[in-house]
Ligand binder design. Sequence first.
Ligand code: NDP
Ligand code: OXD
Length: 309
Amino acid sequence: MSLVFACQDVPPAPWIAALGKELPGLEIHVWPDHGDADEVEFAVIWGPYAREMKQFPNLKAMMSLGAGVDHILDQVDRPPNVSVVRLIDSGLKTGMIEYVLYNVLRYHRRMPDYAQQQNKALWIERSQSVPSERRIGILGLGEIGLACAEALNRLGFDVIGWSRSKKEILNVGCFYGDESLKPFLSQSHILICLLPLTPETQGILNKVTLAALPAGSYLINVGRGEHLMEEDLLDALNNGHIAGATLDVFREEPLGKDNPFWHHPNVTVTPHIAALTLPQTAAPTIANIIKRVRAGRKVPGMVDPTLGY
Ligand code: NDP
Ligand code: OXD
């Protein structure tokens, strides 16, 4: 049995060490090396490599190095009938919680306003609200959306969330389905996108949905760049309907030097780092997936390609 590690811009050495510790005896090849093609049973993928995996006749699973699997599913000529698995990982969740809490608190406590005041040496005290008066809307109540909702709840925020299927979650106002999107948005003072990228969610942050948010609201996009219609957000920022946006993911990554988001006074740009996948936590997760696939057991994070996540 062997594993191919095909991950763009990811230094492989720490992964080989961490996976080797979890699964001694596992042969690991770093793409484009793959050793004996008949021996390859598993692939860890980040980037446009799924179609290359067709050459492995005994491949059992393509595991994403991240929570998103859009980079695997968008390769329509990937090997058919090979399972696709997304990463459900404690390290990823912790990173996302940190990023989301940090940025919600920044907006809640009006830190971007104070930063702009400091640039002009202005000493002005602004109004402050309590967290329970601030409603946070989370698009996507999956592994990460739910973890963020719980963390925000613990800080006392009023949290609502939107998902595809119906949910009941303690202290979280749950909305589901297309019909409820507008009522959900109309109450979200800070909107966080934690959806997977699928044909249904592509472009979901657009002129119409942004206009449905309350005036003066904020957006945090940590899903995927293709969720956002960039021009529509710029219009909403420039006409003041959206007070600020924190964007970690973009249609074009790395973000082009001439993209207006870089220099917009009300936009914070980060280079897709909301949560990095760390070998310390993710190697045991990947090892667990491999053991379960080999034992024919239920695998956490198994993707339904018809749903796209
Ligand atoms: P999950 O698959 O666990 O959750 C997805 C959630 O989105 C579910 O609640 C699901 O609804 C909901 N959803 C999917 N499609 C729709 C739809 N059409 N309408 C309404 N709701 C929908 O994913 P994770 O929480 O693990 O990850 C979410 C995404 O976060 C990833 O796909 C990735 O794009 C992004 N991400 C970004 C990172 C970064 O560094 N920027 C790091 C990690 C993740 P239901 O519960 O009903 O199925
Ligand atoms: C992920 C990501 O999907 O880092 O995990 O974007």
